[in-house]
Design a binder for this molecule. Sequence first.
Ligand code: BGC
Length: 391
Amino acid sequence: MAPIPTTDNKRVIMNKLILLAPFILLLSCSGGKNAKTDNKAEITGKYSITEMAFGMLEEKAITEYTITNPSGMQVSIINYGGTVTKLITPDKNKNMGDVILGFDSLGGYLQKNDPYFGSLVGRYANRIANAKFNVKGKTFPLAANDHGNSLHGGNKGYDKVVWSAAKLPGDSSLELTYLSKDGEEGYPGNLNVKVVYTLTGDNGIKIDYSATTDKTTPVNLTSHCYFNLSAGADSTILDHQLEIAADKYTPVNDVLIPTGEIATTKGTPMDFTTPKAIGRDILQVKGGFDHNWVLNKNGNSLEKVAGLYEPNSGRYMEVLTTEPGLQFYSGNFLDGTLTGTKNGQKYVQHGALCLEAQHYPDSPNEPSFPNTLLKPGETYRQTTEYRFSVK
Ligand code: BGC
């Protein structure tokens, strides 16, 4: 226990404090050389990419790359799973906050029950029914890792592999490449995959995907960030307002496989054509939202397809994509039990949502859905951008 000060040594302490006062004042004002005393953005006026060791896996170094844009927005990405680990954007009072869910360290991302936080997903995002598909009369069996179906590329999808990373000139883009070998997770063909993350000057994170193959194969790549625009202030996204430019969606069966039908959203809880609080109709949808919206856009031009607004922080996120579909998943399977989360936060049910731009689930088995087969000689190209502002 600390000795109780007597009147005499109280005076000594006071005298010492008076002598030290100017230094204490100086330290608390400057916050030390590098420490920032608030969470306002550091306006750097330029782009930069910094690197930080994030661990080792399969004898490969895992690095966290942080891109900062001139106005101080930041995105951090690791070469394990091409995972976005942090996305730091300003709120309406210019306070910076991390708007995606994730873990504090590599160990968190290696957990078996990591729900694909921030990862790149492939070779085929979402589900393939009965874990198989046919190409030219030949059946390709896949890992049945979800109620007899194949989810997110199988047991070891692109979210669980180590990508090669390279900083691109200009310090605003990180290029990730991965060779997915013929037969990997049951998929035919060597697939050379390239993903370029770019932090733009207007606070967008743009993801450019490309791929080539030497055998015909289904390809459907996406990004699986879990957004909560309150940056940790609100435990759920039920008050976030969502708008999706889609008059139609693909209904699913009990294990989330599309029935093949393309149904209207009009007059149903699936209608997000005008902004609506996510919590408003969620109880009318068994299990919560976990469906593919058939986007109104035409062809493969890059268009705005969704908007997400969080009223307290004022943060607004637009989703632009070249893809024909958007999987809106309302974090239904989060249950507050994950450990190693950022700052020990409890990620409860609906604690975040995903807006995954992609082709429709199970397209390889649904001939009426847009084609997902990539042939030798062709190049797969898609772009999706998440753009942040306040209102
Ligand atoms: C799917 C969900 C799945 C989740 C995995 C989403 O893309 O739509 O059904 O549970 O990924 O975390």
